[in-house]
Write a protein that binds this ligand. Structure first.
Ligand code: AMP
Length: 431
């Protein structure tokens, strides 16, 4: 079926499932990683989500489980994938389900925030693959429901995020329960020294594969910067959504959870169907928001960085950064939510005077300067510090044009102007 690609080396049952998924050619990471993994090598993969990374590790693992059958030992899985967030774990498990549909390999997805009942049931049914977040996994191990002594393939996914989220002690504990002889796969979007140190503890004589942020996915994204005062960001977002009715699925990133809730509140008032996902939301709320977004009922999904990792939704028209992320690498993660698997997409960042340093750092990371789009009515002058008298004023906008804006437009006359007044009502903007 896939004679001329690495997919051709996989079991026929998996090839059928790949065909059903609509994949015709492997992505670069699949092309590079799958041969090493089929040879049983350990691997360090430096790649972001959106590159086809999940199939790159899951297909060879499932291939091993299909070809090397062993009697099932309830509660003793043969493959373990650790994910930092519930969303990512759910999506990885969905991939397992999709790829193993002809191979009949039982699996379990172990995440917190929901009852363990169904998860324990899946384990008792003889799950051979377990995709888990560290907390729930350790919980079930402590209860004597799950044991890791027969794990043959272990994947640590998004290791950098795991460390950011403080999972290192949990990871060490989990690794200590794995058998010494196993295949270990280590994936991370970035490789700062603490991540490399952890990789060193985990893998043995690894092959390494790097898919740099500049490669296809990110290059296809039409990136833009819009300079705007903090107090005008909500108005600018509402303006763009109105100007672009063709944007069916938009992901808006905020730095803080309460910022995400605030955006949802304000957009809802203008009649835009939107929902927030962040770590204060229950698992049910997060799942409902994501499903609504996937179906197209929710037009705007507002997310914080931590929640963003698991968002794998095709046809995202645009990603909007309300604020630039503090960690420059997160920028690449965020904008990677659009242009999934080779499609093209757009990413717009709202940048204030204070964020110029972060913008420079991001441009250094992606090794290109992001074009500035000044064609909007909320343009703020980026190059001059805001005069002291501007900040406390209503709206706090720093642009030369005053009420007329830099392009001489009278905002009050327009619909956008009305909205701007709505958003600008609070003195000093919002926190
Ligand atoms: P991931 O990086 O694993 O999150 O994958 C990103 C998206 O790419 C998912 O929606 C996958 O279903 C899709 N995908 C993975 N491999 C391929 C492929 N070879 N061809 C087309 N789409 C793919």
């Amino acid at each position: 079926m896939f004679e001329n690609t690495v997919f051709g080396r996989l079991d026929q049952k998996l090839q059928h499932a790949i065909k059903d998924a609509g994949y015709t050619t492997p992505t670069p990471i699949q092309e590079k990683a799958i041969p090493y993994l089929l040879d049983g090598r350990d691997l360090i993969g430096c790649a972001q989500t959106g590159t086809g990374k999940t199939a790159a590790f899951m297909l060879p693992i499932l291939n091993h489980l299909v070809r090397v059958r062993r009697p099932r030992h309830i509660g003793h899985p043969r493959a373990l994938v650790l994910s930092p967030t519930r969303e990512l774990a759910v999506q990885t498990a969905e991939n397992v389900k999709r790829y193993s549909k002809y191979a009949q390999l039982p699996f379990a997805c172990l995440i917190g925030g929901v009852s363990q009942y169904g998860q324990v049931k899946d384990i008792k049914k003889g799950a051979e693959t377990v995709v888990a977040c560290p907390g729930r996994l350790i919980d079930l191990m402590n209860q004597g429901i799950l044991y890791l002594d027969q794990v043959e393939c272990f994947v640590l996914d998004e290791a950098d995020r795991m460390l950011d989220m403080g999972f290192l002690p949990d990871i060490r504990r989990i690794i200590s329960k794995l058998p010494k002889s196993r295949q270990s796969l280590f994936f991370s979007a970035t490789m700062p020294p603490p991540v490399l140190k952890l990789a060193g503890e985990l893998v043995h004589d690894p092959a390494s594969v790097t898919i740099s942020p500049e490669t296809p996915t990110v290059e296809k994204i039409n990136q833009k910067v819009m300079f705007v005062a903090k107090s005008q960001k909500d108005a600018l977002l509402a303006h763009l959504l109105e100007q672009h009715p063709e944007w069916n699925r938009v992901i808006v990133f905020t730095k803080m959870r309460h910022g995400a809730d605030r955006v949802v509140k304000k957009l809802s008032r203008t009649g835009v169907a939107c929902a927030a996902i962040h770590s204060d939301k229950t698992q049910g709320q997060r799942t409902r928001a994501l499903e609504g977004f996937r179906r197209g009922d929710v037009r705007v999904l507002v997310a914080t960085d931590i929640a963003s990792r698991g968002i794998d939704v095709p046809d995202v028209s645009c990603v909007v950064n309300m604020e630039l992320p503090l960690e420059t690498e997160s920028y690449v993660h965020r904008i990677g939510r659009t242009a999934r698997a080779g499609e093209s997409g757009a990413a717009i960042s709202f940048v204030t005077h204070e964020e110029r340093g972060q913008l420079k750092a991001i441009e250094r990371l992606i090794r290109k300067s992001i074009p500035v789009d000044r064609d909007h009515p909320f343009e703020a002058q980026p190059d001059l510090p805001p005069p002291a008298w501007v900040a406390p004023m209503r709206g706090g906008q720093n642009n030369k044009g005053g009420a007329h804006g830099p392009h001489g437009k009278r905002r009050r006359k327009s619909f956008i102007g009305r909205r701007q007044v709505d958003f600008g009502q609070k003195r000093g903007g919002h926190k």
